[in-house]
Design a protein around this ligand. Structure first.
Ligand SMILES: *Cc1c(COP(=O)(O)O)cnc(C)c1O
Length: 432
């Protein structure tokens, strides 16, 4: 399978190159040249298949030409060491719980898959790749844990000193082995600047094979399609026959784009809703037809604080830049912090289900936008305990912390402090 750049200014590449490089040389995002429609037979049997069986079939459609069958199956099965159950919240609304992985957020799926596929492509023992990742919290933990112990790959996580919660910090500073955490005396933007400068630095690129692990990488975003198929299978397995609507709390739009790919592969989803917080650039685009990126504003659902969603160009490309086609498949919604607080408190009281601030946007968008003849699934993208300090004041009681999250808290922080100066960062890397 060939991959083209959304900017159409780069020769097509194969999967290996798309995964190792992440971003295309013309700064576009890679897209597969074909999206295979899965046969009717598959959809007839899907309700009786396991998550791993479903995911293997979907993975084969994406990657089957480029990765040997057995190796691909191993990558998929190693990645999916946990389930993504649906839990009924209302008579016609289900939560797709994507927080049962090691760092309690959906990014575990993409990060674990990408780590294994990258390792497959660089081959054992020969080459080494250094993954640089700047994080304001969640990406760092998913990537660090996803790549932990994967042969041939070193991960360097940069995070702003004093600006991530203790729970988040512990998830990527206590691991050791092939994971190094750099505590930067600066902001998240400084961390991102250091990473970008490193990718452009000739000397560093001569010494290291550098790559990034954010959702622009096809090996991180495509595997997210797996759980859309699995959610549909569970809903049908439970005897639910209404048309399916899926709502995705969105930031960089990598997650929802994977769902749109699933629909293109024939998954019978009637339509999607993209739920935003106050960073409602996409909703504004749907309403006005004009896309106007702007600086992000901080909110309670901070993993969605994005002012210029990186995967928006993939949505445009997938729909041939036709806004009517986009509007036919996706609608939008936005919620302020006050509304998010209200939704979390009300929903807990009314249904007993505790939402995290991101899932709260997804749940409410669905509740407001769904018809009686539809069945809705919202993606619960993280466990509420990850945002304990924000959720507890809203509900007025403690949030129970799952054992695997509590386990991180016991670890010893092993980070290295650095200034926000590129010279310091570079000499640190050169000495490694
Ligand atoms: C990353 C993240 C999102 C946003 O996902 P995108 O793929 O960037 O749209 C939503 N919720 C949580 C908890 C996240 O960590």
């Amino acid at each position: 399978m060939k991959y083209y750049s959304t900017n159409h200014n780069t020769p097509d590449v194969d999967l290996r190159e798309a995964v190792v490089h992440g971003l295309a040389p013309d700064k576009g995002l890679f897209m597969p040249e074909r999206i295979e429609r899965l046969p009717e037979d598959f959809y007839r049997q899907i309700a009786s298949m396991s998550f791993q069986q479903i995911a293997c079939r979907v993975a084969e459609a994406f990657f089957g030409e480029d990765v040997e069958h057995d190796a691909l199956e191993r990558i998929v099965c190693d990645t999916l060491s946990f389930e993504t159950p649906i839990v009924q919240v209302d008579p016609n609304i289900w939560s797709l719980e994507l927080f049962h992985g090691p760092t309690l957020a959906f990014k575990d799926v993409g990060a674990r898959f990408m780590a294994r596929m990258l390792s497959y492509f660089i081959g054992r023992g020969k080459d080494r790749v250094t993954v640089l990742v700047a994080t304001s919290g969640d990406t760092g933990s998913a990537v660090a844990n996803g790549f932990l112990g994967v042969e041939g790959i070193e991960v360097v996580v940069l995070y702003p000193k004093g600006k991530v919660s203790e729970i988040q910090e512990k998830q990527f500073t206590t691991l050791g082995r092939n994971i190094t955490a750099l505590e930067i005396d600066g902001t998240f933007d400084d961390c991102q600047r250091l990473v970008k400068s490193a990718f452009l630095d000739e000397e560093l690129n001569r010494k290291f094979r550098l790559t990034s692990a954010n959702s622009i990488n096809v090996a991180r975003f495509l595997p997210q399609a797996f759980y859309y198929f699995n959610a549909y299978a569970q809903l049908r397995g439970a005897g639910e026959q209404r048309d399916v609507v899926i709502c995705v709390p969105s930031g960089n739009f990598g997650n929802i784009t994977a769902g749109l790919f699933a629909k293109r592969m024939g998954l019978p989803v009637k339509r999607f809703i993209a739920a935003n917080n106050s960073n409602d650039i996409f909703l504004e685009y749907l309403t006005t037809g004009v896309y106007t990126p702007r600086p992000s504003v901080p909110t309670l659902a901070n993993a969605m604080d994005v002012g210029d969603p990186s995967n928006f160009v993939r949505v445009l490309d997938l729909y041939g830049h036709r806004i009517d086609a986009i509007r036919a498949d996706i609608s939008g919604a936005r919620f302020s912090d006050d509304q998010i607080r209200q939704i979390i408190a009300d929903t807990l009281q009314r249904t007993g289900y505790l939402l995290d601030p991101h899932g709260a946007c997804g749940y409410e968008a669905l509740r407001q936008g769904i018809a009686d003849n539809e069945a809705g699934i919202f993606l619960e993208t993280a466990h509420p305990a990850k945002f304990k300090d924000r959720v507890e004041p809203i509900i007025g009681r403690e949030v129970e912390v799952p054992a695997r999250l509590a386990e991180f808290m016991k670890g010893k922080k092993l980070s290295i402090e650095l200034s926000a100066d590129f010279g310091d960062f570079k000499s640190y890397l050169m000495q490694r």
